[in-house]
Design a protein around this ligand. Sequence first.
Ligand code: MCN
Ligand code: CUM
Length: 809
Amino acid sequence: MKDEVTSREERIENLKGMGCSRKRVEDARFTQGKGNYVDDIKLDGMLFGDFVRSPYAHAKIVNIDTSAALEVPGVLAVLTAKDLEPLGLHWMPTLAGDKQMVLADGKVLFQGQEVAFVVAVDRYAAADGIEAVEVEYEELEVLVDPFKAMQSDVVLRPDTVAEDGSPADGAHGPRKHHNHIFTWEAGDKGPTFETIDNAEVVAEETMYYHRTHPCPLETCGCVASMDKVNGKLTLWGTFQAPHAIRTVVSLISGIEEHNIRVISPDIGGGFGNKVGAYPGYVCSVVASIVTGKPVKWIEDRMDNLMTTAFARDYHMTGRISATKEGKITGLHCHVTADHGGFDACADPTKFPAGFMNICTGSYDIPTAFLEVDGVYTNKAPGGVSYRCSFRVTEAVYFIERMIEVLAIELNMDAAELRRINFIKKEQFPYKAALGWEYDSGDYHTAWDKALKAVDYDGLRAEQAQRVEDFKAGKTRSLMGIGLSFFTEIVGAGPVKNCDILGLGMFDSCEIRIHPTGSAIARLGTISQGQGHATTFAQILASEIGLPADSITIEEGDTDTAPYGLGTYGSRSTPVAGAATAMAGRKIRAKAQMIAAYLLEVHDDDVEFDVDRFVVKGAPEKFKTMKEIAFAAYNQAIPGIEPGLEAVSYYDPPNMTYPFGAYVCVMDIDVDTGVPEIRRFYALDDCGTRINPMIIEGQIHGGLTEALAVALGQEIAYDDMGNVKTGTLMDFFLPTAWEVPNYETDYTVTPSPHHPIGAKGVGESPHVGGVPCFSNAIQDAFRPFGNRHTNMPHDHWRIWKTANELGLHD
Ligand code: MCN
Ligand code: CUM
């Protein structure tokens, strides 16, 4: 028999289980143009819907005349808020507890807002129809600055003020002003202020984490198909959380949930852009019900950039206190958060500012206080998206800049300042001042490894020499050393404190083993490029001893997959990955009983070994998992049901806290403002590593998006609320030209509460990367008096910094 000539090592290798850089199974179709994206769906009689969008950022809608549009050949219907109102669908709930217009109801609040939905036989006829819809607007005063919005008499959202004109309470309590959305606080105000007020050293800084956008290659879209005969609605779309979409569609449409099937086909990048619910989904469903035909809606690039979930837009002010020796004693952070016209942030319900309260970072800070004020402005809604782990990006940027500023204040080396303040290995599980319990970490080991790898002392010596040469007129180039150390918080997450619209954030896996020893596993998550079909099969291979190549992973079809909350917040590995391991263990437990029966021994006398159960002390007596699978279907075993299936719904006891140490070395041309990234070293610790190659791919991608955000990418508005960066001509997407060679490295500190010790990794490189790139720029100018400059550090802004520091004189 084949097994006898195969060594244990070979058997392990055959499984391609955890730790193996298994090639991505989905790439066979992706690299051959055989992916199946939502725009590939073509149904008989399918119509196309598209929006009339507002050219103004704030305007009253005086009149909408659709008559000419209805005359356009191919145009079948034009929906406006008036048509949706009788159905109660002219507004929809947002994930943040606010509500949002589906189609402009009396006014528009941001440029590009959906005003009417034109349904036509194809995209071209819809475009002609859009041109023919006549909308009469009356311009209103535009507020694009949240600070001004908080002072202004202009009421952006009349629906949020009480009869007497005072702001009605919002989803998160009382509101301070009619353009204010919420105040959210964490930590101890009194003790923190007292510590800071009496500290030996205090550093203060104000910084703006600008507005940006995930800009996935595939924009958002859907196809809605109402089968009136059977009463079934099928909705294909770019959904990062298909089950949640099903529940929401059911709740707002009244269609019973079993009559709704939501399918996320292949997704061409999500990055958080595809978590929320958009007016396009509602309008497509309504249009399909009205016309009785399938209706497709797909955004173009401008629609996507201008109107769907933006990222960041956080104005942050910090105070950090320390002893003269550099031991941090307190941290205060205030955020003014610009949420645009509707608060459509996709956060767990209890966290209106996401996980911003991890802003104490990787440091043992005894007392801290965070306050966040959300504000309405005339900009697009959204807020949580873009590799952000629910605002951990902002939190890490904040603390990693505050550390640098404190280092300046203390006249201390920033690497050393970090080292003396890191939470120590023996302090884990560590309870942070703002409430989180960090599961595990070994920051000093990671930091030392990183600094050694780049020869940190050598770099500093080289930098000092460069400064001297610059001052002596021998060079016009400066050198920056960017440091960042981040702690992430991923895997939402305990149902007890994390829900979205009341849906607890567990996740799930269901496994069916076929008689011949192959399997299908279905999960509540959905890959958008992360390679789940590859990696989840690897978890199972190691858990159940069948080769990963014999296991199909299926996600995204709510008719077949168990209920799950989807993929965002790097939660798939921490939550669905745990469910997968647990379901695998249920399979193994049953397999053990079957093996014992077949081997005619007691259950306790067999043990699992790679791909088989072996009689303890008699390794020649065994049954492979393949044999056991077959037996499960063809043997009548007393007391055991036929079949081999399992399902697990996993509610994680805590989130996972991956971390990492990044170093960026840059040369900056003072006269052109052009930075050249000489070196980028990234050490990540995501606990147990399932697929090192996929992890590396995630890190390359996340770092490249970090480079984008730090060095140029921005959704910028003018004072009229016009989006200045609505196309790829002016919205920076890095290409191979800008991207450096990344050196990746790792340590492994398993999560103590995760069944396989794994933590998430998808967002880490972005979270840690942005401050690292930004710190490199700022560090180059530190010897000349720079303290802080805001991102994005495009060539012009870098040049301007040099200019303001007198380096062009
Ligand atoms: N992985 C691993 N070992 C670990 C942790 C993760 O091998 N210890 C693997 C996983 O098995 C998975 C991948 O790395 O194949 C990412 O896993 P995880 O960190 O759990 O993140 P999710 O799968 O939940 O993906 C979400 C995350 C988020 S929130 C954003 S935003 C982002 C990111 O993934 N969007 C992406 N990476 C992306 N990558 C691509 N290609 N496209 C996106 O839209
Ligand atoms: Cu915050 S972007 Mo990801 O969570 O889909």
